[in-house]
Write a protein that binds this ligand. Structure first.
Ligand code: LLP
Length: 421
C-alpha cells in the first residue's frame, strides 16, 4: 500500500496535491511519501519481531540524505556499497555501529574510511579482500567484524541483470569453498568472523528462491559452528519485490517473508540482518512528467514527455514497467487509446512504454510514473545535458525540496577548459 491516491479527481501524495508540487518545483521531479517509507520500514521490523534483528536499508535504492535521515531516525541500519554511500549514511546521522559494508570491489581507502568512522560489519566477497582487510585492520589496531558473502548458486527467477546468486555471477564466494575460506579468515589477524552473508538478487516475486538459499545458509552455519566458528549473525540480503502493475498478483508481503526466515534459519539463535531497498522505497515514490506534445506516427501515436531515460533508466535498462497515470483523474469508463510514451533523448531506447492505454492528454498535462522511488533518482544522469532531476519529500500536508534542480549554469560550471585550448 502507498499514499498516492486520487481525491476529488486529483492525484495526491498524502495530503498534498501532486499538481501543487509540479507547479512549484516544475517537472520532471521525483516525489516521495514519508508515511509510505516509514510504513514499509515498520513492516520489516514487525516481520522480524520474533528475533534479534537489524533492518539495514540498502542505500543504493535511494540515497537522498533526507530519506536516510528519516529511516535512520527510526532506528534503521544501512547497507552501503561505496565510500560515498558510507559517507551519506554517516552524514544522515546513522552511527557506524549500524552500517554494514557490502560490495564486490571495496577499495583499501574505502575500508580504511569505514573502520575509522565505525562499522558494524564488512560483508567480504573474496579471499583477496579478506587479506587486504586484515592488513588494514592490523595497521589501524582494529578488530573488524566480518561476514563472508556466500554464493549459494540458486536461481532467483528475476531479470538476468539483477540476479546475483548463481555461480556464474561475480558475487560472493562459491558455497562449496566456504568452509575453507572461513578457516583462512579465522587465522587472519585483525578480523573477527561473526556471520554469514547472502544476497541472491533483486525484485524477487516469490519466496521459493529465498527459501532454498536460506536453507543452504542454515546448513553452512551448522557446519561452520562444528568447525569452531562463533557464527552469531546471518545477513540475508535484500531482494523482496514490489508490485509494479496494479493489475498483477502481488509479490509476498514482508510478514510472509519474515515467517519463511523463521522457518529456515529461526532455530539457529543468530541475530538476523536484512538489506531491503526497493521494498521500502519503491512504492513510496513517483516521477512527475509533463506532456511536451503528442505526435502522430505511422500507425501509432507518441506521447512525448519532459522526463527521459536519463531521469528514469529502468525501462531502457531492464525493460521495466512503470504504471503511468494522469494527475487529473478521468471518470470510470472514459475512452483510452494506446500511445508510445517516450522522452526527448535522442535514442530509440528512450521509451517508457509501448501501446500504453491512456486517455487523450493535453499539452502541458502532468502524468505520474508510479513505483519510481527505488533505483530512480539514484540512477539518473545528465545525458543529453539535461540537469539532474530534483527530489521532493511529502509528509502529511507539508512538502520540501530535498534536492533542488541544478541550473544549466551550475551544470556547465563543473567543467574546466584547460588554458592550452
Ligand atoms: N543488498 C545487496 C548486497 C544488493 O546488491 C542489493 C541490490 C540490495 C541489498 C537491495 O536489493 P533490493 O531489496 O532493493 O532488491 N537497479 C536495479 C536493481 C539493482 C539491485 C542491486 N542490488 C533495478 O532498478 O531494478
Amino acid at each position: 500500500m502507498d499514499h498516492f491516491t486520487y481525491r476529488g479527481g486529483a492525484l495526491f501524495a498524502e495530503d498534498v496535491p501532486l499538481a501543487a508540487i509540479a507547479a512549484s518545483v516544475g517537472t520532471p521531479v521525483y516525489v516521495y511519501s514519508a508515511a509510505t517509507l516509514t510504513r514499509h520500514f515498520d513492516q520489516f521490523r514487525q516481520a522480524l519481531a520474533w528475533t534479534d534483528h537489524l533492518v539495514c536499508y540498502a542505500v543504493k535504492a535511494n540515497s537522498n540524505l533526507a530519506v536516510l535521515r528519516l529511516l535512520g531516525g527510526m532506528g534503521a541500519g544501512m547497507d552501503v556499497v561505496s565510500g560515498g554511500e558510507y559517507a551519506r549514511a554517516r552524514a544522515a546521522g546513522v552511527p557506524g555501529g549500524r552500517i554494514v559494508f557490502s560490495g564486490v570491489g571495496k577499495t583499501r581507502a574505502e575500508m580504511r574510511a569505514a573502520i575509522e568512522g565505525g562499522i558494524r560489519q564488512f560483508n567480504v566477497e573474496s579471499e583477496n579482500e579478506l587479506a587486504a582487510l586484515s592488513e588494514i585492520a592490523v595497521s589501524m589496531g582494529a578488530a573488524v567484524p566480518v561476514a563472508v558473502r556466500v554464493n549459494p548458486d540458486v536461481d532467483a527467477r528475476t531479470h538476468a541483470k539483477i540476479a546475483t546468486g548463481r555461480s556464474e555471477n561475480k558475487f560472493g564466494i562459491p558455497i562449496a569453498r566456504a568452509r575453507q575460506v572461513y578457516a583462512a579468515a579465522a587465522r587472519l589477524p585483525g578480523l573477527r568472523v561473526v556471520g554469514i552473508d547472502m544476497h541472491i538478487g533483486s525484485q524477487l516475486t516469490e519466496l521459493e528462491p529465498f527459501r532454498q538459499a536460506y536453507a543452504k545458509m542454515a546448513d553452512l552455519c551448522r557446519a561452520l559452528r562444528a568447525d569452531g566458528h562463533a557464527i552469531t549473525r546471518l545477513d540475508l540480503g535484500g531482494g523482496l519485490g514490489i508490485p509494479y502493475r496494479r493489475d498483477n498478483a502481488a509479490p509476498p508481503l514482508p510478514v510472509e517473508y519474515g515467517a519463511m526466515v523463521r522457518e529456515t534459519v529461526g532455530d539457529l539463535g543468530c541475530e538476523i540482518e536484512i538489506e531491503p531497498g526497493r521494498n521500502i522505497v519503491g512504492n513510496a515514490g513517483v516521477l512527475l512528467a509533463s506532456v511536451i506534445w503528442t505526435k502522430r506516427g505511422e500507425g501509432r501515436d507518441f506521447l512525448i514527455l519532459d522526463a527521459a531515460m536519463n531521469d528514469l533508466i529502468r525501462p531502457a535498462m531492464y525493460d521495466a514497467h512503470h504504471d503511468i497515470v494522469p494527475l487529473r483523474q478521468r471518470p470510470a469508463g472514459a475512452p483510452v487509446a494506446p500511445v508510445d510514451v517516450v522522452g526527448p533523448v535522442c535514442e530509440t531506447g528512450d521509451t517508457f512504454g509501448r501501446g500504453v492505454d491512456l486517455p487523450p492528454l493535453e499539452d502541458g498535462e502532468i502524468v505520474a510514473f508510479r513505483s519510481a522511488g527505488a533505483y530512480g533518482a539514484v540512477m539518473a544522469s545528465e545525458y543529453n545535458s539535461r540537469p539532474l532531476v530534483p527530489e521532493v519529500l511529502v509528509s502529511g500536508e507539508r512538502f520540501a525540496v530535498i534536492r533542488p534542480r541544478p541550473g544549466i549554469e551550475e551544470m556547465l560550471a563543473r567543467d574546466r577548459i584547460p588554458d592550452w585550448l
